[in-house]
Design a protein around this ligand. Structure first.
Ligand code: GCU
Length: 616
């Protein structure tokens, strides 16, 4: 059953103005077009040249005044409208975002598919062409502007032809048309590029030190800026998972990134260079190579060697968007390099927008671990062309919360963001806020329990990353192992093991190094632990694994029950569509519980202390 797309978090606003102009003009139009929300007051916009994203909301002669930079006034206008709608005082002192670039990365292919996409097809492409409804793109732009997202990459980091042509003469006019549509919303375009483009365009090499290659990229950038004067730059996945890169030419990633950076610099463009680089052809028998150590090893020695318009984009954890990982050691290193945090809204390993999974608790944990915030932030998009945008209606809350996180940084509060999202989406008088809030806030913990608790990771189906397969990755080449046997499970990443803990600053390294001080929820990430090891609450590791899986499956049923209780207060379409997802989640949770518990029972022969059923 379809559910009404208008019920994203701005259903109370009038249609998006078609002839928007620039962001400041759009701000004025939005305020005028939705004046009914302002409680009898009017709202004016006052531009402070050079103030960029910053804004304040003041009262002047009994009316509102939004004062700020060109994009700032637009953000202020949406804040004013949404606060008024929620019945909150919209007045606020000067505010600036915590992260300068607040990016969204779509992993969309031009055939219309979305890599790790769980909300239908691409919003931008179909059949190897641009294919979109401009009205929907405007709604998309408004959604992004309302949460302060200011840059998007529309194509997959794995650049498949013909997406490599997005920056060539052939497709640039079309690429520029999309950039034009997004510009009024303060959203700038990034494009993922193929490092080997010079070769596919006829040069014998893509070596960054080759003068012809340098001239190629210079020409290419001159051309791009003729079409898109405010083009933000390139997103690059190089030497990772079979993508070409500078290693092919025995050049460092600094040399590789600087090639593109120098071509973009005269135009004010940037290179967003991803640090997701590791050996994806590892021999599982090799215990010395430890995948989470790879990014730090590649990049930390290059600190200070990058051009100042290069931004290193680092995934939140050292592995790959697992349910529980420590912050990547790169966030404590490379003080002379500009960085961006990359999080994933697409629920690749976190329930695929079938299971409920509200992400902010993970971001709050990350904040608690990392003392210095990077300059920029990026999220892998969870959007698609599904009517409700995100497949699972409640997954919209993750995108909303991401915008708040990107604006507020340390001041971010996932609970407050969820409250706002509920009020904006379902009405400021929604009678079941507390129930829905509780569902969102406990969802991550529930999912973690029935999948792989204690930082275990990688017990998922290897092909599509949904559902349990405890040894799916165990004998693979991807560097992703838990090495369970009859006595113990987990990887020893201490000094005595792979030495991964050494990549952290001393104090943190010491904390992770000892089983006594390592946060228990990450125990199996850092340590190899015997099943009979006593945890802090007196349970054995094995019993804790059993308990978590039983509890997780039960709590998934609790989420379903809560959803059923919401039926009277929800629109029918949304209720029914999401009900189906909760039912599937319950099935998934039972599957996980039974497979994982059986797996460990077979190894250990030790039954559940509470006598619950484990299928052998
Ligand atoms: C994961 C994901 C890939 C993706 C990659 C990346 O490995 O499964 O689909 O391409 O991350 O972030 O580049």
């Amino acid at each position: 059953m379809p559910c009404d797309e208008k019920l994203c978090w701005l259903p109370f606003l009038q249609d998006v103005p078609g002839d928007a102009g620039g962001p400041a003009e759009l701000a004025q139009k939005e305020l005028a077009g939705n004046a009914a929300l302002l409680g009898g007051k009017s709202a004016a916009v006052s531009l402070l040249p050079g103030a960029g994203d910053g804004y304040e909301i003041l009262e002047r002669d009994g009316n509102y005044l939004v004062r700020g930079g060109e994009t700032g006034v637009l953000y202020g206008a949406y804040r004013l409208l949404t606060d008024c709608y929620r019945g909150e005082s919209p007045l606020r002192p000067w505010t600036m975002p915590a992260f300068s670039l607040r990016m969204l990365n779509h992993w969309d292919n031009m055939d219309g598919s979305v890599e790790r996409g769980y909300a239908g097809k691409s919003l931008f492409f179909a059949e190897d062409r641009f294919a979109y409804d401009p009205a929907r793109i405007r709604r998309y732009g408004r959604l992004l502007a309302s949460i302060g997202v200011n840059a998007v990459c529309i194509n997959n980091v794995n650049v498949h032809a013909p997406a490599d042509q997005l920056i060539t003469e052939r497709l640039l006019p079309k690429t520029a048309a999309l950039a034009d549509l997004l510009r009024p919303f303060g959203v700038r375009l990034l494009l993922a590029v193929d490092y080997a483009l010079p070769v596919t365009q006829g040069l014998p090499t893509a070596d960054p030190l080759d003068e012809k290659v340098q001239a190629f990229w210079n020409r290419q950038c001159d051309l791009i800026y003729q079409y898109i004067p405010d083009f933000l730059g390139f997103l690059v996945k190089a030497d990772s998972e079979f993508r070409p890169g500078p290693f092919l030419y025995h050049r460092s990633h600094a040399e590789g990134a600087n090639l593109l950076a120098r071509a973009l610099k005269p135009h004010g463009g940037k290179v967003i260079w991803r640090c997701f680089v590791y050996n994806c052809r590892q021999d599982w028998r090799d215990h010395a190579t430890d995948r989470p150590m790879a990014a730090y090893r590649h990049y930390a020695p290059l600190d200070g060697q990058f051009e100042d318009n290069v931004i290193l984009q680092v995934k939140n954890g050292p592995y790959d968007f697992q349910v529980r990982e420590p912050a990547s050691p790169l966030f404590y290193a490379m003080p002379n390099t500009v960085k961006a945090l990359e999080v994933q809204l697409a629920q690749e390993y976190t329930g695929q927008q079938i299971d409920l999974y509200y992400m902010p608790p993970m971001w709050e944990e990350w904040l608690s671990q990392v003392p210095d915030l990077p300059d920029h932030i990026c999220a892998v998009s969870n959007l698609g062309n599904d009517e409700n945008w995100t497949g699972h209606f409640l997954a919209q809350a993750n995108l909303y919360a991401y915008g708040r996180f990107a604006w507020l940084g340390r001041a971010f509060d996932g609970k407050a963001a969820a409250r706002e999202w509920i009020a904006l989406t379902l009405g400021s008088d929604f009678p079941e806020t507390e129930r829905l809030l509780s569902m969102l806030l406990r969802s991550r913990g529930v999912y973690e329990k029935y999948t792989s608790p204690l930082g275990l990771c990688w017990m998922v189906n290897i092909s599509h990353h949904y559902g349990p397969s405890p040894e799916g990755y165990e004998f693979s080449l991807w560097g992703t192992y838990h090495r369970a046997d009859y006595l113990a499970v987990g990887i020893d990443r201490t000094e005595k093991g792979t030495g991964y803990t050494r990549q952290y600053p001393k104090e943190l390294a010491e904390q992770y190094e000892s089983m006594d001080t390592c946060p228990e929820e990450m125990l199996l990430f850092f340590h190899r632990v015997r099943y009979d090891h006593m945890l802090r609450d007196g349970r054995t590791l094995l019993q804790r694994i059993y308990d978590d899986h039983f509890e997780g499956a039960e709590e998934a049923e609790g989420l379903l029950k809560d959803w059923v209780a919401l039926q009277p207060v929800l629109p029918d379409g949304i209720y029914a569509h999401t009900l189906d997802r909760f039912r599937r989640q319950v099935q998934n949770a039972r599957e996980w519980r039974d497979v994982i518990n059986t797996y460990f029972h077979r190894f250990t022969g030790t039954p559940d202390a509470k006598g619950r059923t484990i299928y052998d």
